[in-house]
Design a protein around this ligand. Structure first.
Ligand SMILES: *Cc1c(COP(=O)(O)O)cnc(C)c1O
Length: 411
């Protein structure tokens, strides 16, 4: 097996991160000195694991028997017919255990923690999805688990708090700052610095200081590798276009990574356009952000002219964050990946269309990607192929969505 088992052309054309943990001018390790030791230890341990066939086999075994991989690549015929253009395929991460792609990273990192001899894992969570994925993997592997969550978020996401506790995790309320995700991340980093001898920090997306963006990407890249094999078997060629929503960016880079070296494949990342493109009303970092540093890495950040982190809004909690992974920032600069946004309204429309035509209720995050499929497919040829990442299922969102939409009543 190759070192990371990804397409060698990607490694040739996109050799990131470099030895400083950078993607072009993005990424890096902007952390207090006390954390540098922990990051170095993690990088070494991960490098060993990535090259260890036994570790990769163990991971593949859990991915298959526990997570349910490979997830299907599904030809969405009714949506295809309805839009009248390109053939639309969904990569069904919504069918992975716990209902989203986040388990790929949580499982990989918890196995890594075990291998490093660390009996305790911590995680940050906003909407609770990454907390649930980490609590799940920790239960599976018999690790102690503590999840930091903003007090405000705990209030909004009671069901996920209950889920985590049910699986034996301790959920710690963070009362600092805005009492949301970014405060929870700060608290988790603090805990990690103090307890690094026996604790691993399971960071939930392709952000934070190196090596986290690389580790999370590598564990998510299974999505794209499977897609390549599945599409080759189904139609014998590569897709024309791939579309995924971008919060921190892990499901998007997970699908795209294996194809970055395939120049014929157009890639589109979809951010949260929220209510409108005014400060505080969206989370479209590439449209409204600028070069900045947040939580240990340089990237695009929504901030005011004094560098104060901007407020964000999105109907979907998973896309509602002021910064984006450094690898995406680099791919934005090089134009290898196009970035656009979908508004709350467009996402809610897509949410309903997909439910009605395909019998698949998507996560509101994924609905942003579907909104882009709706814009692109009609202008493409009938033998063109779009692969969209269905990053998660929408059961978690139906109550929230019900506040905004009224499905047609029975007549
Ligand atoms: C968390 C989440 C996202 C956003 O995170 P990324 O790191 O950008 O993938 C997208 N979709 C779902 C279903 C999520 O739970």
């Amino acid at each position: 097996m190759k070192k990371y088992a990804n397409s060698s052309t990607t490694r040739e054309k996109h050799p990131w991160p470099d030895i400083h943990g950078r993607y072009g001018r993005y990424g890096g390790q902007y952390v207090p000195e006390t954390l540098m030791y922990a990051l170095g230890e993690l990088e070494t341990a991960y490098g060993d694991a990535a090259n260890d066939a036994a570790f990769q086999e163990q991971l593949a075994d859990y991915q298959h028997h526990y997570v349910g991989r490979p997830t299907p690549l599904y030809h969405a015929q009714r949506i295809t017919e309805h839009l009248g253009g390109a053939q639309v395929y969904f990569k069904r991460e919504d069918l992975a255990h716990t209902g989203a792609h986040k388990i790929n990273n949580a499982l990989g990192q918890c196995l890594l923690a075990k291998r490093m001899g660390k009996p305790r894992v911590i995680a940050e969570t906003g909407a609770g999805q990454h907390g649930v994925a980490t609590a799940t993997a920790a239960a599976l592997l018999g690790l102690d688990c503590e999840v930091y969550m903003g007090a405000e978020d705990m209030d909004r996401q009671r069901l996920n708090v209950f889920r985590m506790r049910l699986m034996g995790a301790k959920v710690v309320a963070v009362d600092a700052g805005s009492r949301t995700l970014k405060d929870a991340i700060n608290e988790a980093l603090r805990d990690w610095a103090a307890n690094v001898e026996h604790t691993h920090y399971v960071l939930g997306t392709v952000h934070g200081p190196h090596p986290f963006p690389m580790i999370c990407r590598d564990f998510q890249a299974v999505i794209g590798r499977e897609t390549r094999a599945q599409l080759t078997e189904a139609v014998g060629r590569l897709p024309n276009m791939m579309i995924a929503c971008v919060g921190g960016g892990s499901n998007a880079i997970g699908l795209f990574f294996d194809f970055l070296g395939d120049d014929s494949v157009t890639m589109v990342g979809v951010e949260a356009g929220g209510i409108e493109m005014a400060p505080g009303m969206h989370a479209a970092r590439f449209a409204g952000g600028s070069l900045g540093m947040l939580q240990g890495a340089v990237s695009y950040v929504l901030q005011d002219e004094n560098g104060l982190i901007g407020n964000t809004h999105s109907v979907s909690a998973g896309l509602d964050y002021a910064s984006v992974g450094p690898e995406h920032a680099h791919c934005f600069d090089t134009k290898r990946i196009e970035y656009t946004s979908a508004s709350d309204e467009e996402a809610l429309e897509a949410f309903q269309l997909c439910s009605r035509l395909e019998g698949i209720i998507p996560a509101l995050e994924s609905a942003h990607a579907i909104a882009e499929v709706i814009k692109r497919a009609p202008g493409m040829a009938a033998n063109d192929i779009i692969v969209m990442n269905m990053s998660g299922r929408g059961d978690k969102d139906v109550q929230h969505a019900a506040r905004f939409i009224a499905p047609e009543e029975d007549v």
